[in-house]
Design a protein around this ligand. Structure first.
Ligand code: PAF
Length: 257
């Protein structure tokens, strides 16, 4: 497995691998079984699997959230190797945003809803880093989790609007046995908070925004939103705060016929 730290190095590593399909799995590290599902899907469908490992400062609002984001590069590289990744692209922040950097991608309406309302600038950061990764790696397929449903929707729109030539592959959410969707943020939950957080999948399973809100509030969770999102398909999406940890989850609903 090649570990590339610069744009030039990752391009060089991929130069003679363009005959077959190149798949990209963008990550911020702290890899868990949800990422393994993305990597397995990429391994299945692509000749070359590239994983990016970059905690993107541009998509964080609060400095405390960025600084507290779990990081363990040694472990992540081991997990990636085991999962059959061919190339890891793990650049520094200055490699991706050198001094003077000033170009941003804004998916205006979709990026302003729900998460966008509560985390202004988040999707501008996500769309920008993903476009940069797409331009650098030039993947044929890129893999994202259904858990970040709005991220998928924003990126699908960006790919369409900018006529990018790649297929976006959406991989179903991976859950623990108790129903909690896997997230790098789950490690921050105390046992008591984790117990209360289980109200989130339970509430979404009702597939009704009003019922879901009552369940979340009864469990003592702070609800940022629980709404039917205008995605394809329509999706019941929620964000809650359990203590100082913010969790998101969603359930796609069938299209009305
Ligand atoms: O979903 C994530 O982990 C991030 O938003 C992504 C897609 C890697 C961009 O930084």
């Amino acid at each position: 497995m090649i570990v590339a730290r610069t744009v030039a190095d990752v391009r060089a590593a991929l130069a003679d691998r363009r005959d077959g399909a190149v798949g990209l799995v963008p990550t911020m590290g702290a890899l868990h079984a949800g990422h393994l599902a993305l990597l397995a899907s990429a391994r299945d469908r692509c000749d070359t699997v590239v994983m990016s490992l970059f905690v993107n400062p541009a998509q964080f609002g609060e400095p405390a959230d960025l600084n507290g984001y779990p990081r363990d590069e040694g472990r992540d590289l081991e997990v990636a190797r085991e999962a059959g990744v061919d190339v890891v692209f793990a650049p520094s922040a200055v490699e991706m945003y050198p001094p003077g950097y000033q170009t941003w991608v804004d998916v205006t309406a979709l990026g302003a809803l729900l998460e966008g309302e509560h985390r202004p600038g988040h999707f501008r950061g996500v769309a920008t880093i993903c476009l940069k990764l797409f331009t650098i790696v030039r993947p044929d397929l890129a893999f994202f989790g259904q858990k970040d449903a709005q991220q998928v929707e924003v990126l699908r729109r960006m790919i369409g609007d900018l006529h990018l030539e790649l297929e976006l592959v959406v991989v179903p959410t991976v859950r623990d046995a108790d129903g909690l969707a896997l997230s790098s943020r789950n490690v921050r939950l105390s046992p008591e908070e984790r117990e209360r957080a289980l109200a989130l999948p339970r509430a979404l399973a009702t597939r009704d925004a009003a019922t879901a809100r009552s369940i979340l509030e009864a469990a003592g969770l702070h609800v940022d939103y629980v709404e039917l999102a205008p995605f394809k398909p329509p999706t019941l999406a929620a964000a809650v705060r359990v203590g100082s940890t913010r969790l998101i989850d969603n359930v796609p609903l069938e299209e009305e016929s």
